[in-house]
Design a protein around this ligand. Structure first.
Ligand SMILES: NC(=O)c1ccc[n+]([C@@H]2O[C@H](COP(=O)([O-])OP(=O)(O)OC[C@H]3O[C@@H](n4cnc5c(N)ncnc54)[C@H](OP(=O)(O)O)[C@@H]3O)[C@@H](O)[C@H]2O)c1
Length: 162
């Protein structure tokens, strides 16, 4: 592994989820997620896996759970963030794909963050854990307006650890 990336979409108030789902319809974000993660390992918490409801094609899914007997046919299972990262050793750029519990565990190991900032404040029950942005340098940014496929204005931002 050369680098470990994290990919997340967050509202201005840091909300990332509601009722086990995403709080918005931003089709461009899903496309960006697919484009960036294709061919790589994606590491996610068991709740995020349940929320997606299936393995995403073209990627190797690593599910983190405390359940010793958890089985996922076609996917990999780890009982800690360290074990999950170890399972991706041969991938040059695995992605941490959430949710909040897994972002918090993974942050110390992450070298780059692909953030979709959704320019609204939404009600939700899951927030991005606190990130000390002084540790991160913005290396790329693109802004987009809402349209029929994207319910709010949003920005794609890429950060590298300073
Ligand atoms: N906006 C975004 O980009 C984005 C991305 C991903 C997810 N989400 C949203 O985030 C929400 C889900 O996030 P979440 O924080 O509730 O759950 P999560 O991080 O997806 O998964 C939590 C689960 O991970 C396992 N886990 C946590 N800590 C562990 C540890 N130390 N060792 C082993 N296993 C551990 C546990 O599974 P067990 O209970 O099986 O033990 C725990 O219940 C959903 O609303 C989802 O839609 C948003």
């Amino acid at each position: 592994m050369k680098k470990l990336a994290m990919i997340v979409a967050a509202a201005k108030n840091e909300v990332i989820g509601v009722n086990g789902d995403l709080p918005w319809q931003i089709s461009a974000d899903l496309k960006r997620f697919k484009r960036l993660t294709m061919g790589h390992h994606i590491i996610m918490g068991r709740k995020t896996y349940d929320s997606i409801g299936r393995l995403l094609p073209g990627r190797t899914t690593v599910i983190i759970t405390r359940q010793a007997d958890f089985v996922c046919e076609g996917g990999l299972v780890a009982n800690s963030i360290e074990e999950a990262i170890e399972l991706c050793a041969k991938d040059d750029l695995p992605f941490i794909t959430g949710g909040a519990e897994i972002y918090r565990l993974a942050l110390p190991f992450v070298n780059e963050i692909h953030l979709t900032r959704v320019h609204t404040e939404v009600d939700g029950d899951t927030k991005l854990p606190e990130i000390d942005w002084d540790d991160w340098t913005l290396v790329e940014e693109q802004h987009f307006q809402q349209d029929e496929k994207n319910s709010f204005d949003y920005s794609f931002q890429t950060f590298a650890r300073s």
